[in-house]
Design a protein around this ligand. Structure first.
Ligand SMILES: [Zn+2]
Length: 262
């Protein structure tokens, strides 16, 4: 049994075959799939999708790359959606939120504002966060510390060992996916090999971040076991041990996973 802790199953790339993609994941042993939202426009979509797809769960949040089209009132809407979702066992947390210093042209004050306000919501409702951390490790961490948010996932983690340790010390788990399958991705592979297993969760970020064998093609959640096998080999451990360990870690990072069944 595996879990994909980050999959944009609502993305238009899956419009033609979404149900088949979900079924293939389930058949491959990926019993749980976490679907984060990216903005007000898809809060409803991810919720409905999680209710329709067996084993799927959802998170609600405004993604940093979607802040240019977001308005302040979206935060009020998010609060209402969170309140309405608390009784839904498939709702697992706040995400995808965070900061992006890779994509040029983002208004930094604006993305900082949305990140910070959503951290306050996480704190208020005692919910974990799923963070987008792209060239922004220190700034994302600073926000978590400032708002005392101490549970969740730093998704697609890529940083130094020191930064990784700082996230772990803050109570966060680190998400690894297709990137670890590239032999030239030395730093990510070193992290995936040497960080404590307790810190690691698996994710695809499908349709993005395809593994090496799907280079430049669409990524899908059924790739999790094969990505997990690469990670297990890197760490020199049994695939089952890795599956069990990362599954337990995902439950620790997103405790509401225990509320719904696969
Ligand atoms: Zn994402």
């Amino acid at each position: 049994m595996w879990i994909d802790t980050h999959c944009h199953l609502d993305a238009s790339e899956f419009d033609a075959d979404r149900d088949e993609v979900a079924r293939a994941a389930h058949d491959a042993g990926v019993s749980r799939v976490v679907i984060p939202s990216v903005g007000r426009g898809n809060f409803e979509t991810v919720r409905e999708l999680a209710q329709r797809v067996p084993g799927a769960v959802y998170a609600l949040g405004i993604h940093p790359l979607y802040t240019p089209r977001a308005v302040d009132a979206d935060l009020d809407r998010l609060r209402m959606e969170i309140e309405a979702s608390l009784a839904d066992p498939r709702f697992v947390g706040i995400g995808e939120i965070g900061l992006d210093y890779f994509v040029p042209g983002l208004d930094d004050a604006r993305q900082q504002f949305f990140y910070n306000e959503q951290l306050k919501l996480a704190r208020e409702f005692d919910l974990p966060v799923i963070c987008h951390v792209r060239k922004s490790q220190d700034q994302v961490l600073k926000g978590l510390r400032r708002q005392a948010v101490s549970r969740g996932i730093a998704h697609a983690f890529n940083g130094s060992f020191q930064q990784a340790q700082a996230f772990i010390d803050q109570g966060m788990h680190l998400g690894f996916g297709g990137n670890v399958t590239f032999e030239r991705a030395l730093q990510i592979r070193r992290l995936a090999e040497q960080l404590p297993l307790e810190a690691i969760v698996l994710e695809t970020d499908a349709p993005d971040i395809p593994p090496a064998w799907r280079y430049k093609a669409r990524n899908t959640p059924d790739q999790i076991p094969r990505i997990g096998a690469v990670l297990a080999e890197l760490r020199g451990i049994d695939e089952n041990a890795l599956a069990l360990g990362t599954m337990a870690n995902a439950r620790a990072a997103l405790p509401r996973l225990a509320l719904s069944s696969a």
